[in-house]
Design a protein around this ligand. Structure first.
Ligand SMILES: [Zn+2]
Length: 172
């Protein structure tokens, strides 16, 4: 779907139409700039944050707003509750006769990508792993959107083992 005019510029605000996969990747990468498992937060490390933005051809913006948007988006897909973030600026421009979102900065680019996916009814596929020490954001590609854990092999199995231990304790 869509046409990629320049793969290298896929994240640039004014580049060609972005495919669904690139939108999914951008939203997920942004949601996962905080990693509970490793205890890292890209937003807390100015150099890492600049590198993250540069990799995607994006510009930053007030950090408080970036944090609020991230918390709001994570809450929207099943993360810890957070107030709705302030509105961000996204313009719509005609580029070669085609209407396109033109984001001003990273929050605009992420929300534009999220909006394109919402229009395609794909927003509900974003989820946050419910394991307390994981909370990794993932995109549920299963046909019936039934995936719960970021990874059945790690978090799913760990949860099953925990439930089994609790049942075993109760039956003592
Ligand atoms: Zn997980």
């Amino acid at each position: 779907m869509g046409v990629i005019s320049d793969r290298c510029n896929r994240y640039r605000a004014y580049s060609g139409v972005v495919t669904t996969d690139h939108d999914v990747e951008l939203v997920l990468d942004f949601l996962n700039t905080v990693d509970l498992d490793r205890g890292t937060d890209v937003l807390a490390d100015p150099l890492a944050w600049q590198a993250w933005l540069a990799d995607r051809g994006l510009t930053g913006g007030p950090l408080a707003r970036v944090r609020a948007v991230r918390a709001g988006l994570r809450a929207a897909v099943g993360g810890p509750p957070a107030p709705p973030p302030p509105p961000v600026e996204v313009r719509v421009e005609l580029v070669a006769g085609i209407p396109r979102f033109a984001a001003v900065d990273v929050t605009g680019a992420v929300l534009a990508a999220a909006s394109r996916l919402a229009v395609l009814d794909e927003w509900e596929r974003f989820k946050i792993c419910p394991a307390d020490d994981c909370q990794w954001a993932f995109f549920d590609r299963s046909r019936n959107r039934s995936r719960t854990w970021c990874s059945m092999r790690v978090c799913g199995n760990r949860e099953k083992a925990r439930a089994w231990r609790e049942r075993a304790k109760l039956s003592l």
